[in-house]
Design a protein around this ligand. Sequence first.
Ligand code: MN3
Length: 215
Amino acid sequence: MKMKAEHYPFVMRPLPYEYDALSPVLDEQTLYFHHDKHYKTYVDNLNAILSNYPQLQQLSLKELLTGLDQLPPQEKTGIRNNGGGVYNHELYFDAMKSPAGQDPVGTLSEAIIRDFGSYRRWQELMEQAAVSKFGSGWAWLLTDKEGRLSIVQTANQDVPDLTEYVPIFLVDVWEHAYYLQYQYRRADYVSGWFSLINWRKAQKRYEERSGHTGP
Ligand code: MN3
């Protein structure tokens, strides 16, 4: 059953695990600042903008982000950055779990092999996309409505085209995601992130791609 899509005022979602659950890949302090400070700021900023626009307050995050051209021009950048910040972080946190060796499952696992040749090759490409992203941004695994997979990068807090693609998961390569713990070693953070992927939830997103409304 689908819940009604959330709209203004957006509420910071709690982490679906403890702050130390992703250790040692992500330590408690890194996760705490990332979730309770960085992500929360995007939620607060988005709500502050929308508080002035009653006509936008019934729109879901996805509707806001896929309709940027219809927004008041002076708010477009703010909603793109902060709405994207909310969308991206909610999926990022939700798509992880404690690093307890889990493999891709089900039809998603089959699609990875079909579309990338092997799991190992997929991992290399995903890692490249994350490590090579210049500046701040994200690397994503997406599916189209037919279930074909692709890896893309986005800059800043931009989202991919959510009318065409459904995000399966993504990795945050802003420095705030890893710098406290890894400093300049982005590649080490990314390589650890693979062990945090919640493949059961990823498979669920993959199965639900055609009726998807948000992260
Ligand atoms: Mn972040």
